[in-house]
Write a protein that binds this ligand. Structure first.
Ligand code: ATP
Ligand code: MG
Length: 460
């Protein structure tokens, strides 16, 4: 434990923090750095924000500092600006009654730091650091941190009954810090898991995102499954538990799904796409007469299921669109025999040039999490990439925006009025240009547009 005290390098703490604490102490109050800042200082990690706890009441804090914002006066929080920094200064408090499993019915200010630490969630979040560098650690947070153990403060059962969000925070901190969840704490989460229903979807989503963006998402996902928490918000993922695949996979669908995010960059849309790319495998499983297992169209069904799940968890439409598109196309970077240049151009049009790098990342993660493939990319995919490069170098058209004419040109040349027909003609032109890039010349296309238009007229 001694090593830890030495490990906190007080010089890493901005002088503004000491100024705020100093001012409070000079006025006769107690004041400490608390919560995540102390934990991160001990671990030598970055500290995004410093929270300060004090015996002064919010009114007393406001009188002491020039620049304050009454952030959450009722809960004891005043934001204090000092230099270029801002700190939440919160009065020591205890909380009482949690009838909604989420928020205390009442908060009461206190004169005791120990009271304040006792309301906090986990031992390593319940430490305080004084200006002189003394660590107040009533629950053994330092030791737990050293051993990488996440443990509830006090009676685990009560703590999760009070506030159901803490269960997700537990899993998230475990994954972020690489901690094992202590047995009693784990069992308490398991018995309260269904109370997650009292937490808003947005909050669940935010914690879940942090689980996915942690160093080891599979650890978070495994805990979410074992505790029963995942069943409360993404039961679809559990359909893959114990579901064996085929010769291409060493793992069950569930295992493959949780290892895939471990193997992709920590960007939210990529981690989500990796997690959900095979979500429809259980629902699309079929076994042929030779006993072979297939998952036909799982990418189509999976894209739809993912949209549903993400809408339920209130993700924004842009992220939902990106993730479901990647899943829909996750098998697309596949070379088949006698693939023509036109087919390669159509492929680029379908997946969108800008999405190719993401799709490649997904492809690699998929293979690395298969347990059977040694290389991140197959020979076929590598050849296809070269083909794509070559086709791109030709400067050909891959989408409507690359055509040498646009809707206005068509309307002017043919005299048709705005409407669906303009789009139909543009699409017909694109099809021709995908087959033969040499046709992408303004004059040729306008002539073709006229012909298509006249043919349409005759047919109608
Ligand atoms: P991070 O900011 O990285 O999420 P943090 O520990 O700073 O980590 P915050 O949510 O900012 O987490 O909360 C600050 C502190 O407040 C925590 O360290 C903990 O002591 C306490 N805390 C936050 N949420 C809860 C909760 N739901 N129940 C009990 N204590 C909590
Ligand atoms: Mg914080």
């Amino acid at each position: 434990m001694k090593n830890f005290k030495q490990a906190i390098n007080l010089r890493r703490i901005p002088k503004e923090v000491f100024r705020v604490i100093g001012r409070l102490e000079e006025a006769g109050y107690e004041a400490y750095i608390v919560g995540g800042a102390v934990r991160n200082l001990v671990l030598g990690k970055d500290v995004p924000d410093y929270d300060i706890a004090t015996s002064a009441t919010p009114e007393e804090v406001r009188l002491l500092f020039k620049k304050t914002i009454p952030t959450g006066i009722k809960h004891g929080t005043v934001t204090v600006r000092e230099g270029n920094m801002a700190f939440e200064v919160t009065t020591f408090r205890v909380e009482k009654g949690y009838s909604d499993h989420r928020r205390p019915d009442e908060v009461e200010f206190s004169q005791s730091l120990l009271d304040d630490l006792s309301r906090r969630d986990f031992t390593f979040n319940a430490m305080a650091l004084s200006k002189s560098g003394k660590i107040v650690d009533p629950y053994g947070g330092l030791k737990d941190l050293r051993k990488r153990i996440l443990r509830a403060v006090g009676d685990a059962d009560e703590r999760f009954a009070e506030d159901a969000l803490r269960m997700l925070r537990a899993v998230r901190f475990a994954a972020e810090l690489g901690c094992r969840i202590e047995e009693n704490t784990f069992l308490a989460i398991k018995s309260h898991a269904s109370e997650l229903q009292h937490v808003s979807r947005e909050r669940i989503r935010d914690e879940f995102n942090r689980c996915l963006l942690s160093a080891k998402p599979s650890m978070a996902l495994q805990y979410l499954w074992e505790t029963g928490l995942l069943k409360e918000f993404i039961p679809e993922l559990l359909e893959g538990v114990d579901l064996e695949q085929n010769v291409h996979h060493a793992y069950t669908v569930w295992e493959h799904s949780i290892y895939s995010p471990d193997n992709i960059k920590p960007e939210l849309h990529l981690r989500l796409a990796a997690l959900f790319h095979d979500i429809a495998k259980p629902r699309t499983l079929s076994v042929d007469e030779n006993g072979e297992r297939h998952f036909f169209h799982h990418e189509v069904v999976g894209a739809r299921m993912t949209e549903e799940i993400m809408q339920r968890l209130k993700y924004d439409n842009k992220t939902i669109g990106k993730v479901s598109h990647l899943i829909r196309q996750h098998l697309a970077l596949h070379l088949y025999r006698d693939m023509s240049d036109a087919a390669v151009r159509r492929l680029i049009n379908r997946i969108g040039l800008a999405n190719i790098p993401d799709l490649l990342e997904l492809r690699k993660a998929d293979r690395l999490a298969s347990g059977t493939k040694k290389t991140p990319l197959s020979k076929g995919t590598k050849i296809l990439l070269e083909r794509i490069e070559r086709v791109l170098a030709e400067d050909a058209a891959f989408g409507l925006k690359d055509l040498a004419v646009n809707g206005n040109d068509i309307m002017q040349a043919t005299g048709i009025r705005p409407g669906p027909l303009v789009g139909e003609i543009l699409n017909a032109l694109l099809e021709e240009v995908l087959d033969d890039p040499r046709l992408n010349e303004r004059d040729i296309l306008l002539q073709r547009a006229q012909t298509i238009y006249e043919r349409q007229e005759r047919e109608d």
